[in-house]
Design a protein around this ligand. Structure first.
Ligand SMILES: O=C(O)c1ccccc1NCC(=O)[C@H](O)[C@H](O)COP(=O)(O)O
Length: 197
């Protein structure tokens, strides 16, 4: 089970996620309680070992703005939320970064349909912590796809059993308040997600 911990903004929380075995960590560089500047993301990403994928998270920005933030921050992946046209992914292809498309369940759920490398199937309001009908997508997404939206240490096993994803992605469920991560919850989520696999 591939596990991404999203919305990190403190070095101690990045270290906790890495030490607990996260496969990917996300830095939100768009409007959010978790927003970090590209410069701050660069500081945080500098301490991340190469086997952990660093992901810049965006929503509503132009490909040019995403490109600029990705280059400053040095992330190895960019995650575009919402109904971006295929051309936005094509415009970023030459960066050589992992491209992640994050959409709600009513979108095209074929990973690769937009030339992306990874797909995230998320709640309608990303980063809201709101659970949704995970079972409704079972069997629909294809390729390498992560389930997101309202996951936490207590429900991730149920969610995985319901939807059968390749990976999982969490933000609110490892926080004590919006934007405030908790190392104990990060560790508990990793443990529960691994057991759910
Ligand atoms: O986290 C945010 O605030 C955010 C804002 C705008 C676009 C995306 C955002 N987060 C993306 C993520 O990858 C989250 O991990 C994912 O949406 C799940 O969030 P949650 O339900 O809080 O676990």
């Amino acid at each position: 089970m591939y596990v991404k911990i999203c919305g990190l903004s403190e070095p101690g929380h990045v270290a906790a996620a890495v030490e607990a075995g996260a496969d990917a960590i996300g830095f939100v560089m768009t409007r959010s309680p978790r927003q970090v500047t590209p410069e701050r993301a660069a500081e945080l990403a500098a301490a991340v070992p190469g086997h952990v994928l660093t992901v810049g998270v965006f929503r509503g920005e132009t490909p040019e703005a995403v490109r600029a933030a990705a280059l400053v921050s040095g992330v190895r992946a960019v995650q575009l939320h919402g109904r971006h046209p295929h051309a936005d992914f094509t415009a970023l292809k030459d960066l050589g970064l992992t491209l992640v498309r994050a959409v709600a369940a009513d979108a095209d759920l074929r990973c690769g349909a937009y030339d992306e490398d990874l797909l995230i199937v998320d709640a309608p309001r990303p980063g809201s912590g709101e659970p949704w009908q995970w079972a409704a997508v079972r069997g629909r997404p294809t390729g390498r796809w992560m389930l997101a939206g309202g996951l936490d240490p207590a429900n991730v096993a149920e969610a995985v059993a319901a939807a059968r994803p390749w990976g999982v992605d969490v933000s609110s469920g490892v926080e004590t308040a919006p934007g405030v991560k908790d190392p104990d919850l990060i560790r508990a989520f990793l443990t529960a997600a691994r057991r759910a696999a």
